[in-house]
Design a protein around this ligand. Structure first.
Ligand SMILES: Cc1cc2nc3c(=O)[nH]c(=O)nc-3n(C[C@H](O)[C@H](O)[C@H](O)COP(=O)(O)OP(=O)(O)OC[C@H]3O[C@@H](n4cnc5c(N)ncnc54)[C@H](O)[C@@H]3O)c2cc1C
Length: 393
């Protein structure tokens, strides 16, 4: 019987737990927090990840906590108009939901919670021939057959595998907030909207609880900022600073920013960091998954999606291979190339969103032309990400 230990109960760790449960593979999950934090901001779940919910048998439940995105819109900070818009072409939905609701759904979908262990921060591990020894803070050591590091962007396990790996500040700060959805924002319904400006951009999309009932507007505001910020998701932001930093000529965006300043919803700021793709993730009985393996800039909205793809495929490999070490190598072979390409694409998008001067003019003209002639060309840019099916490897 294989005994798997998962470190981290984030989106990747919980998805792995669900996928292993589906295959009746024994596991224990260790989470450092006392309980799951209800971080309220939004997540976009593109068709490649919705296919995983389908396979896990929880797509209908996902639909009840999500708003369905039918297309995309690009706008400019310099005008009130729309630069480009196109409909998503996919037979699988694209959803937008609150992270806390998604987390709760994954957790509630586990049949047995007795193998989810809270308040268990892993401090270190030692790999032996037939087992891995796990050392938790102020707890007894535990032995396991395989160790999966789903412990996020500041992974302890990545730190052991790659002590030299360092994050490089990307030069961007991001603010994140959700606002109660108002009638004034109606034109944002059914889509993801990006306002682009010199060295900054804003992403806005509705979040809903209960199918089409929209309750929230999710905002991510990104700006070039040369000051180093801590790589944390919970540093409170100064809302007046946001209003100053995002001056623009769009009546709708100004309305939203005014609401943001006057609203009591918490708003967080953090620095964005670049991690180079790792050469491998699996070493013997240990591997990495999600942000621990491939932290990425959020400019393609694929971090959680890649964590879930990793988790589903890792569970498949563990189920198919008798030997755990072979399973972990197979998993890495299936995932390294795709996740590195998504990391790079997310990075490249910053250049597009934040273009200045003549480059911005060419971008705006080009996008407008393409979307008016054949919006499908814009769908083709993301087809390799969204059309991916985890079960067809
Ligand atoms: C601004 C922004 C917008 C984003 N938008 C999207 C989006 O729209 N769509 C999308 O797909 N992705 C998005 N992402 C990315 C996404 O949020 C992450 O990629 C995803 O949450 C990674 O999941 P994970 O399970 O790997 O890590 P995490 O969710 O960080 O989970 C790691 C878990 O491990 C635990 N842990 C850490 N260390 C230890 C330890 N030593 N011992 C025990 N437990 C430990 C932590 O407490 C945590 O629960 C966005 C990210 C940002 C910054």
């Amino acid at each position: 019987m294989k005994k798997i230990s998962i470190i981290g109960g984030g989106i990747g760790g919980l998805t792995l737990a669900l996928a292993l449960q589906q295959k009746a593979i024994e596991f224990q999950l260790y989470e450092q927090a006392n309980s799951f934090e209800a971080l309220g901001y939004g997540l976009q779940l593109s068709p490649n990840v919705v296919r995983i919910f389908r396979k896990l048998g929880i797509e209908n439940q996902l639909a009840t906590i999500s708003h369905r995105c039918l297309g995309f819109e690009l706008r400019s900070f310099d005008s009130d108009g729309i630069l480009a818009q196109w409909k998503l072409k996919s037979d699988v939905p694209y959803y937008q939901c609150r992270r806390a609701d998604l987390h709760q759904l994954l957790f509630n979908s586990l049949e047995d919670h007795s193998n989810i262990n809270f308040s268990q921060p892993l401090e270190s591990y030692q790999q032996e021939d037939n087992q891995v020894v796990l050392n938790f803070k102020d707890k007894e050591t535990i032995t396991t057959q395989a160790l999966i590091g789903a412990d996020g962007v500041r992974s302890v396990i990545r730190g052991v595998l790659f002590p030299e790996d360092k994050a490089e500040y990307a030069g961007y700060a991001a603010y994140r907030v959700i606002l109660p959805f108002k009638d004034d924002y109606k034109s944002l319904w059914g889509k993801a909207t990006v306002w682009m400006g010199e060295n900054h951009h804003v992403v806005a999309y509705p979040n809903g609880k209960g199918g089409q009932k929209i309750s929230w507007l999710n905002l991510v505001l990104v700006i070039k900022d040369s000051n180093w910020q801590e790589q944390s998701w919970t540093i409170p932001a100064d809302k007046q600073e946001i209003a100053r930093n995002f001056t623009n000529k769009s009546a709708l965006l100004n309305n939203i920013l005014e609401d943001l300043v006057n609203n009591n919803e918490p708003c967080y700021k953090w620095g964005l960091f670049i991690h180079q793709p790792l050469p491998y993730w699996s070493q013997g009985r240990v591997t990495l998954l999600g942000d621990a393996a491939h932290p990425m800039l959020p400019f393609q909205a694929q971090g959680a999606a890649m964590a879930m793809e990793d988790a589903y495929i890792l569970a498949e490999c563990i189920a198919q291979k008798e030997d755990i070490k072979t399973a972990l190598i197979k998993y890495q072979q299936l995932r390294l190339k795709r996740t590195a390409k998504v990391q790079q694409t997310s990075k490249n998008n910053a250049q597009i969103f934040h273009a200045t001067g003549i480059k911005a003019m060419v971008r705006d003209l080009g996008l407008g032309l393409i979307s008016s002639v054949n919006g499908d060309l814009l769908n083709q840019k993301t087809a390799w990400i969204y059309n991916y099916d985890v079960s067809k490897n």
